[in-house]
Design a protein around this ligand. Structure first.
Ligand code: ADP
Ligand code: MG
Length: 696
């Protein structure tokens, strides 16, 4: 049997495979393309394609596909066989350079936000050679970007690649000022921690709400939820452990560095964390992770739920985006370093991030805004909808001393002098760090915790990369002109910290007092997708994206439309599904049980008028009251759903969904959940939270 090492990357056309299978010159040229982001020579592409095909055939592949990430947030693939007819019933196996580099899927049904009417020219897919091709299910998958005929991005990858380029350009400029002439590229590194639930497939099949919407629309709180905190990091049960083992093997084969696994806070909730890598590769990998989680679960008689809030009253799932910047010379730019020069450079990058997060709070917030995530952000769980930065006490003390020109506690000098003094050691400790912060410094990286579990990591990283590129660009503009670099650097960092200190908050993000304090500081608090959405098309944000060539104005507007349209659709599906379950499952069950109780009362009465019917009477009264209330609520919900005016603009429609449909849904659920508590178990038409959560 192969060990983990031998299996690792076995289905990936990675560097080692390329080195072995490509002629030396081709390999070198491809490497240059990959490392320096150059465009690929067609002659080289055809040699690479041929080698890729031979390799894939040896591994049993029969088809290839341009694997891409349309704005649905998941991946898409259309398979083509390698077979090419050559007449008289004969075929050869072929895969040309052109087929590798560019594709034309008839993908006209993906959302484009008006960018591409369905009757217009097809979209194009173009190979992203920085993300390795791989084999999945007998198909050679080529990671690609997806654009319209006119070059507008129709996917999640293109803007991510553009934002990496923007960031690279500005970061390299800044690094030159510190004398780093050898650095050719800077790229964001990301390690996304993925949370998920595992439930039994049989339970899942009996829950139309889970099937249609990914979350339970009904369900009374079980007697034992997560109160005892006995699940977090608890021993992993055999069934889950078998799943994790299988998942790891699948992911390792695909070259995904799945590393850490543990149980999460909620019952039936788990987490997987990979080793970090370059953000575009990780974005691809995270899509594979989500897909494999679902697939492997299925093999184990389980279902993997990636929704942000599958169960009400129980912690939802997020995705923690651990983020840093790395040079091609292997330096982590968010590592404080040991020498005064490294420290100064670190503080400048830190200042860039502080400024970026403060200036573009709105953009970060909207990058994680969608219906599923509204159940977490701004609701009663982590993290709050207010974007702020946690730096920890030590680092905060340092930057405060810089900002106020005062002595740093425990420091021998009067004050920290950048480029001269050495920073103290910062604890890289995991244990006592603040877990309520949406954006926390964790020793040598930041952890952006607001992402939802089902979300593509691309959008939030596009926002981060671009906002940071903007700060670095302004810093470089200023410092390149400086006569006395160290003096100007000190001045700049001091100014940035003074101007943006308000974004730093080391306290408890769940504390209601923070909401008030944040408002005083002028920080934004946008609780729902509908509140946050308009930020995306704010003038300053359109200007930011245009300046760094990440999105054109048209692309920004198209994405805005898609976000709102999706929100409206999700709420609509939920409301219809809820109504259906209430009408056809819950109401009949409650009526059936009431009939049984009434029958029982009648029987007793026939035996003797002296027998007390107090229990039956009381129960029947409650059942009738709640059934009537549920019925009224469902009727109101149906009316609310039907009254959605598709003539209004998307933002108005979304506001209507939030204000009228969601509140009607809350009312339906309230009565249904009361009924769940009083209707006999054998009459209840669906597995309850207790059944679902305590089983796996
Ligand atoms: P925790 O659950 O305590 O937040 P984990 O160990 O589960 O921590 O996850 C930490 C994540 O951070 C891992 O995915 C890891 O690869 C990632 N990470 C570590 N260093 C970096 C870095 N320099 N850049 C990006 N991600 C990083
Ligand atoms: Mg974490």
């Amino acid at each position: 049997m192969k060990n983990a090492c031998e299996k690792f990357g076995e289905s990936v056309f990675n560097d080692a495979v390329m080195q072995k299978r490509l002629p030396k010159e081709t390999y070198k040229a491809l490497k240059r393309t990959i490392e320096e982001g150059r465009s690929l020579d067609p002659a080289i592409a055809s040699v690479v394609a041929n080698a890729m095909k031979d390799w894939a055939l040896e591994l049993g592949a029969t088809h290839y596909t341009h694997w891409f990430q349309p704005m649905t947030g998941i991946t898409a693939e259309k398979h083509d066989a390698f077979i090419k007819p050559i007449g008289e019933g004969n075929v050869i196996l072929e895969f040309s350079g052109k087929e590798l580099v560019q594709g034309e899927p008839d993908a006209s049904s993906f959302p484009s936000g008006g960018l591409r009417a369905t009757f217009e020219a097809r979209g194009y897919t173009a190979w992203d050679p920085t993300s390795y091709a791989f084999i999945k299910d007998g198909t050679l998958c080529i990671p690609t970007a997806f654009c319209s005929y006119g070059g507008e991005a129709l996917d999640k990858k293109t803007p991510l690649l553009r934002s990496m380029q923007a960031l690279n350009k500005q970061a390299v400029r800044v690094l030159k000022l510190f004398g780093n002439e050898d650095v050719k590229r800077v790229y964001p590194t990301v390690g996304p921690e993925q949370e998920y639930f595992l439930i039994d497939k049989e339970d899942y099949k009996k829950r139309p709400d889970l099937i249609a919407t990914g979350r339970t629309l009904f369900g009374a709180k079980p007697a034992k939820g997560q109160e005892l905190d006995d699940h977090y990091f608890g021993a992993i049960r055999p069934r889950v452990s078998a799943f994790m083992k299988d998942l790891n093997e699948e992911l390792w084969k695909l070259g995904v560095y799945s590393k850490t696994e543990h149980n999460e806070v909620a019952p039936a909730q788990h987490e997987m964390a990979p080793v970090f890598a370059t953000v575009n590769v990780v974005a691809d990998h995270n899509q594979l992770v989500m897909e494999m989680m679902k697939r492997v679960a299925d093999r184990h008689g389980l279902v993997c739920l990636l929704h942000e809030k599958p169960f009400d009253g129980i912690n939802g799932s997020g995705k923690h985006n651990n983020y840093s910047l790395s040079t091609d010379t292997g330096v982590n730019l968010l590592d404080p370093g040991e020498t005064p020069r490294e420290n100064a450079q670190f503080l400048l990058f830190l200042a860039a991030i502080i400024e970026a997060v403060d200036n573009y709070q709105d953009l970060l917030r909207v990058s994680v805004a969608y219906a599923g995530n509204d159940h977490r952000l701004g609701a009663n769980e982590a993290p709050p909808a207010i974007i702020s930065i946690f730096l920890g006490d030590e680092l905060t003390a340092v930057i405060e001393s810089i900002a106020s020109d005062s002595a740093y506690k425990g420091h021998k000098k009067e004050q920290m002098l950048l480029g001269v003094d050495v920073l103290p050691e910062f604890p890289k400790d995991n244990t006592d760090r603040n877990r309520t912060s949406p954006f926390a410094f964790t020793g040598n990286k930041f952890e952006f915790r607001s992402l939802g579990s089902s979300q593509s990591i691309s959008g939030p990283n596009v926002a981060l990369n671009t906002a940071i590129a903007e700060s670095l660009c302004n810093f470089a503009d200023e410092l390149e002109k400086a006569d006395d670099f160290t003096a100007e650097l000190n001045k700049l960092i001091r100014r940035v910290i003074r101007e943006h200190k308000r974004i730093i908050f080391n306290g408890n993000g769940y504390d209601p007092a923070w909401v008030i304090e944040a408002e005083k500081r002028g920080l934004l608090n946008m609780r729902t997708t509908v509140d946050a959405a308009p930020c995306f098309i704010a003038k300053k944000n359109i200007a930011l994206f245009a300046k760094h060539s990440v999105y054109s104005e048209t692309e920004v507007h198209s994405r805005h439309e898609i976000r709102l349209e999706k929100y409206v659709k999700v709420i609509n599906i939920e409301s219809q599904c809820m109504s259906d379950i209430a009408h056809r499952m819950i109401l009949p069950a409650a009526l059936e049980y009431a009939k049984e109780v009434a029958k029982e009362a009648g029987l007793k009465k026939a035996v003797s008028a002296a027998i007390s019917l107090a229990t039956e009477t009381s129960l029947l009264t409650k059942l009738s009251e709640q059934t009537a209330a549920l019925y009224t609520a469902v009727e109101a919900l149906d009316k609310a759903t039907a009254s959605q005016d598709s003539g209004l603009d998307m933002l108005e429609q979304a506001a209507y969904s939030r204000d009228s449909i969601i509140s009607a849904m809350t009312e339906v659920r309230k009565h249904a959940d009361v009924l769940e508590g009083i209707v006999a178990k054998k009459y209840w038409p669906m597995p309850t939270y207790q059944d679902i959560l305590m089983y796996v």
